[in-house]
Design a protein. Structure first.
Length: 756
């Protein structure tokens, strides 16, 4: 076994990514940064109960070398102990016998110069443990223990978390000296279940003076306080575990947990992403696959969202399944190579680091062992250009967990995720670069953007509202939809939109609390409704005549560009009456629902109303504001109608004016990510063009092209040096009026362009 010092020496080459530190004598000497700054490629073989009798360590060491990993994640303890633990209730698989499988793998990894994270799965235990300490486990209101399958769920407020688990962490570190500890089930019981054990009752009572709420009720301030208390406890666990690991293994021996790439999943687990990232040196991302509602681009977005909290100088390795994850899940069957590769490419484009993941040490479907190697070798060759860079975008899309919790409540998919997804997918489709921005970070980050987008950001604090007002007062532009700013951070309805004067629109009457739930149900449903565009132009378009067409007069606002041959657009949602200010311009009005079936009844009962669906205005400082009471972002996130995506893109382009950092023209669905590193721009182009981009697994790539690219250059940059990191070639660029222009003849799965 090599020493920690020898291990650090073996990693000197990787340290070059972080530069040099100056010695006392003035000479430049390479000093390896800590493992969490230099370990860019990871691998994990998730050990199963029967693996101790079939784990071919020699083969896996060769696989580590083939795939160029710099760190591995090895099962150590938690539900199962894969080493001889001193804790009698720390359950050992029968196949393990007296073997120290975890220790053998840890030694092998260190001998190969790899960083090691010891993996825990800590929130459940077998029946023997429960029988020995029943008070350490979560119980429902009737006193029955919560179970996950045959295992019992431990309580985060019990000695299991603040006495037993710290002892296990110390034991693992003292035995094998891993670089850190990771745990994908660290946060205990989720939000859909309330624990009533004596430890929870005592802790909650000490904080609030109240008993634990007996039911879920978002209108009850005690229930909302229980939610906040539950978040605070998870942060206490994070801090406690890091104190334990650092005390046992030194200042760089970190407990890093695992976190999700889904904000709603973080909410359901009481994991405050912003506060976790403020504490973290690295985020281990357990986010393995897309679902039917989200394309591959969600992985790039997840990287940018988390980096926005963590910082772009830190790493976010992501667990990228080599098996068929998601729906359906087949843990022992290979994920189609194209599907796995495109997920990895999107993650890398969004600033994530690859981390291959296999369940089990032996597979009869050995196709999965071929997937990671090509992308890992490419990543190794181009690693310096894939880290230590900053994204470039003029549009920020705002989000917050408070909005997900206290406005989204039990329907976050409908009320929060669909609007956010619809807006961002419209931007991807239009090749408009954006960054997710936490609403609490507005004060320090807003000046970096031309446009702030609020996709149904309903629950907002007074501080967040004030930050947006300052942004608008400085000439910034704003796009908002639905209920944005209508609720405070606790989900309590305000008498009017807090940003109503900026929107140029106000409620006709305050929203009654008793009407709120019904209103949200209406928003979630599908309706046969439309939007009428202004002015109406069909009188000048070829088609049948009814002699009732209004005269065609004037021109349409740029936001409605591309819709000259129609006076209506499908909507599907519901709009309530609003009072608009005189400076506001209403570009679309609501057409209420009318029958769909039978076809003979499908005619508009009320073809015109004054209910606004799209409002625009300009501010005194030159900013532009668009407000969509017709929440087309939610509808696009749900229905994917091209008209909705086109209109949303038009709105954002108009608001951004001429501050777009690049233009990409050509066929196909291409996700674009632009970064700046030193004097160069790095542009990732990910080809998502596929019949299976939204449903099913991708089995082949469909090349597109030619692709014409223009990148805006800062003053003093020549922009003539263009390199393609995937095709491994140089291109000739034309520079004119501050833009570097070039052409890619074909784009297969992805390309990374460096403009110098």
């Amino acid at each position: 076994m090599i020493s920690r010092r020898d291990f650090l020496r073996s990693a000197t080459a990787a340290a070059a990514l972080a530069g040099l530190e100056w010695g006392l004598g003035g000479e430049a000497t390479p000093v390896p940064p800590p493992w969490y700054r230099r370990t860019l490629r990871w691998g994990q073989t998730n050990i199963t109960e029967i693996d101790p009798q079939r784990y071919d360590i020699a083969w896996w060491r060769r696989y580590w070398k083939r795939t160029r990993v710099q760190g591995v994640i090895i099962n150590a303890g938690g539900i199962f102990a894969y080493y001889p633990s001193q804790f009698p209730l720390h359950h050992r698989p029968a196949a393990l016998g007296e073997r120290d499988l975890y220790g053998e793998l840890c030694r092998a990894a260190h001998e190969d110069g790899l960083a090691v994270l010891a993996r825990m799965d800590s929130n459940r235990a077998a029946e023997a443990f429960y029988r020995a300490h029943p008070d350490w486990f979560a119980v429902d209101a009737s006193g029955q223990a919560y179970k996950a399958g045959d295992l019992f769920v431990s309580c985060v407020n019990s000695p299991y978390y603040h006495e037993y688990l710290p002892g296990v962490l110390r034991e693992i570190i003292e035995r094998s000296h891993p670089e850190g500890i990771t745990d994908n089930s660290w946060s205990g019981l989720g939000r859909n279940s309330i624990c009533y054990c004596e430890h929870c009752a005592r802790s909650f009572g000490q904080r609030t003076g109240r008993p634990i709420p007996r039911e879920k009720n978002w209108r009850d301030p005690v229930y909302r306080e229980w939610v906040r208390w539950s978040y605070a406890r998870r942060l206490e666990i994070w801090d406690l575990n890091n104190r334990v690991t650092r005390a046992a293994g030194g200042p760089d021996c970190l407990w890093v947990g695992m976190n999700s790439g889904s904000v709603s999943s973080q909410c359901a687990s009481f994991r405050d992403y912003r506060e976790i990232c403020r504490r973290a040196e690295i985020i281990m991302l357990d986010h393995q696959t897309r679902d039917e509602a989200q394309g591959f681009q969600h992985n790039g977005e997840a990287g940018k969202l988390i980096h926005g909290l963590l910082g772009w100088d830190k790493l976010i390795p992501e667990s990228m399944a080599m098996y068929q994850a998601g729906r359906p899940t087949f843990r022992l069957a290979s994920k189609p190579a194209a599907e796995a590769r495109l997920w990895m490419i999107e993650g890398i484009a969004g600033g994530l680091q690859p981390w291959w993941h296999h369940v089990g040490a032996y597979h009869e479907d050995q196709r999965m062992y071929q997937t990671a190697e090509p992308i890992y070798r490419w990543h190794e060759a181009n690693a310096p250009l894939l880290v230590n860079r900053r994204p470039v975008a003029s549009v920020a899309v705002l989000w917050s967990q408070a909005n997900m919790d206290f406005y989204g409540r039990d329907q976050p998919e409908v009320h929060v995720e669909q609007p956010f997804r619809g807006m961002t997918q419209a931007l991807v489709r239009a090749r408009i670069p954006y960054l997710p921005l936490h609403a609490d970070d507005l004060e320090k980050e807003a000046a970096n953007f031309a446009v702030l987008v609020l996709p149904n950001l309903a629950a907002m604090s007074d501080r967040q509202v004030a930050a947006i007002r300052r942004f608008a007062a400085d000439g910034g532009s704003l796009v908002a939809s639905g209920d944005s700013s209508l609720f405070n951070e606790s989900g309590e309805v305000r008498p009017d939109f807090a940003l109503g004067d900026l929107f140029g629109a106000h409620l006709v009457a305050p929203l009654r609390v008793e009407d709120e739930a019904e209103r949200l149900r209406w928003a979630a449903a599908q309706h046969h409704t439309y939007l009428r565009l202004a002015p109406e132009l069909r009188a000048r378009v070829d088609g049948p005549r009814a002699a009732t067409e209004p005269p065609s007069a004037g021109t349409r606002h740029p936001v409605l560009r591309g819709f000259d041959e129609t006076d209506i657009l499908p909507f599907g949602g519901v709009c309530a009456p609003l009072r608009t200010e005189s400076a506001a311009q209403v570009l679309a009005t609501f057409i209420p629902a009318f029958p769909i079936y039978p076809p003979e009844t499908a005619w508009m009962r009320e073809p015109r109303t004054s209910i606004p669906g799209l409002i625009v205005r300009e501010t005194a400082r030159g900013g532009r504001v668009a407000f969509l009471p017709a929440d087309l972002d939610r509808r696009f996130g749900r229905d994917s109608l091209p008209d909705h995506g086109d209109l949303l893109a038009n709105v954002v382009r108009w608001a951004a004016k001429d501050r777009q950092p690049f233009e990409v023209e050509g066929p196909g669905l291409i996700d674009c990510h632009l970064y700046r590193q030193g004097g160069s721009f790095i542009l990732h182009l990910v080809n998502l063009t596929s019949a299976a981009a939204w449903r099913g697994a991708v089995a082949e790539f469909i090349p597109v092209g030619p692709i014409r690219v223009r990148v805006r250059l800062p003053e003093g940059r020549h922009g003539k040096d263009v390199r393609l990191l995937v095709a491994n070639q140089r291109l000739a660029a034309t520079v004119s009026k501050g833009w570097s222009s070039f052409r890619l003849e074909v784009l297969r799965d992805h390309e990374v362009v460096v403009v110098g």
